[in-house]
Design a protein around this ligand. Structure first.
Ligand SMILES: *Cc1c(COP(=O)(O)O)cnc(C)c1O
Length: 347
């Protein structure tokens, strides 16, 4: 079995650790084997057995009726927004939410809706703030959806406490609004809280679950919810170009990730802690309270130049602001790779 090099970046002679994202993982030999032997069919007709198995398994883990496999988390989120909203409405979401910040204005472009941010210290919006942001007046754009992100990427991979989820669900029920979860890293949240996934997902009407982040699948996310919602979602997925035909080759790898991935997340979280504390000891500013899962944001002066220098020494991390660098742990960074990375980062 051949594995591809971790990067094709010509300026990087040897990659010690690729900490740019948990999306950079490559399929394991077990995944490639499952892909080679996957049962497939035309998924637009609902006839791909591997896709159907994946959808059913994610739905079951989330305590939902049905699931729909899509090529990306952007698509599962935007299909959910299309499902729940009408043109001219607002989506109430935590400040910094991926559905707005990193999904290229798609909520406006596809669904004709706009975001209304609520404050979210450490990525956690207070139920009262969510309630205050909901609008029904004829003079204002009405709220169509409340959407949460757990873990919250831009806040540093932070986890929403279960009682806050219950509080926001109570607001949604009182206001007659649907509640969506961008659960790109909901498995990380479940691991951090040591609870089954369904303890988190049961508060939501739809959940987008990413398989190609921490779980390590090469491609895809699954949207879960009521069967009726998934029938509608099927149409929106096709409109967005997400009808993938014999997608079972991908779903087979995703099933391997789904079955083996969650148990490895605690290790990623432990290594994120080690990295964060080492950066602090090296004199960098890290908000350790935000280091709850597999993401570490550090304040690094001249972030772009610093990360370019580290890249030349084989450690890749994204500068996400003039003085901010993000490090993301994943299952292809073991203790040894982390040690190697720390030698470069703290030199
Ligand atoms: C990565 C991510 C997504 C989806 O990203 P894709 O690259 O489209 O799969 C959605 N939400 C959050 C919070 C993410 O981190």
């Amino acid at each position: 079995m051949t594995t591809r090099p971790k990067t094709s970046d010509p300026v990087t002679p040897r990659v010690i650790a690729d900490l740019r994202s948990d999306t950079v993982t490559t399929p394991t030999p077990e995944m490639r084997d499952a892909m080679a032997h996957a049962a497939v069919g035309d998924d637009v007709y609902g006839e791909d057995p591997s896709v159907n198995e994946l959808q059913a398994e994610v739905a079951r883990l989330c305590g939902m009726e049905a699931g729909l496999y899509m090529p990306s988390g952007t698509m599962t989120n935007q299909v959910a927004i299309a499902l729940h909203t009408r043109r001219g409405e607002e989506v109430v979401c935590a400040e910094g939410s991926h559905i707005y910040e990193w999904e290229l204005g798609m909520m406006a472009a596809f669904s004709g809706v706009v975001p209304r941010f609520v404050p979210a210290p450490l990525g956690v919006p207070a139920p009262e703030e969510v309630r205050a942001a909901v609008r029904h007046s004829v003079h204002q754009s009405p709220t169509g959806l409340i959407s949460l992100e757990n873990t919250h990427n831009k806040a540093g991979g932070t986890v929403i406490p279960l009682e806050v989820l219950a509080g926001i669900r109570a607001v949604a029920d009182a206001e007659g609004l649907p509640l969506h979860l961008d659960g790109a890293r909901v498995f990380n949240a479940a691991a951090a809280l040591s609870v089954p996934l369904s303890e988190i997902t049961r508060h939501f009407h739809t959940v987008s679950v990413c398989l190609s982040k921490g779980l390590g699948a090469p491609v895809g996310s699954v949207l879960v919810g009521r069967a009726e919602h998934m029938r509608q979602a099927h149409r929106y997925r096709k409109m967005m170009g997400g009808g993938m035909r014999q997608a079972g080759v991908l779903a087979a790898a995703a099933l391997v990730a789904l079955r083996g991935g969650p148990a490895r997340l605690a290790g990623d979280h432990r290594r994120a802690r080690v990295l964060a504390e080492a950066l602090v000891n090296a004199g960098y500013d890290v908000n350790l309270a935000a280091v709850q899962t597999n993401i570490v944001y550090a304040t690094i002066p001249d972030a772009a130049a610093r990360s370019a220098a580290w890249a030349r020494s084989g450690v890749l991390a994204n500068a996400l602001g003039p003085d901010s660098v993000r490090f993301v742990l994943h299952h292809q960074i073991g203790d040894e790779a982390l040690e190697g990375a720390l030698r470069v980062l703290t030199a």
